[in-house]
Design a protein around this ligand. Sequence first.
Ligand code: SF4
Length: 90
Amino acid sequence: MSQNRRNISRRKFLKLGGGVAVLLPLALIATDRAAAQGKASKEAVQYQESPKNGQKCGDCQFFTSPDACQVVEGKISPNGWCSLFVKKAS
Ligand code: SF4
């Protein structure tokens, strides 16, 4: 009886461990996808959809027309702003 109990516990433990072993790498892959592209998430750089102190994505050296950024992931508005702003050389 006690041997049977131990086997069940071990089985449950292995099942849980197997689930974690499968899910953890998948979660890490999903969250690191942006990092693998070499781009920061909008949240990490405090991206906003409006200009800040006269600075906007359309004037930033990292902006790529019409709606992308070389260093921040996702769709970027030319009127947006983030903490990585660097004024485009004129
Ligand atoms: S301000 Fe930020 S999001 Fe906008 S183009 Fe520059 S680096 Fe990209």
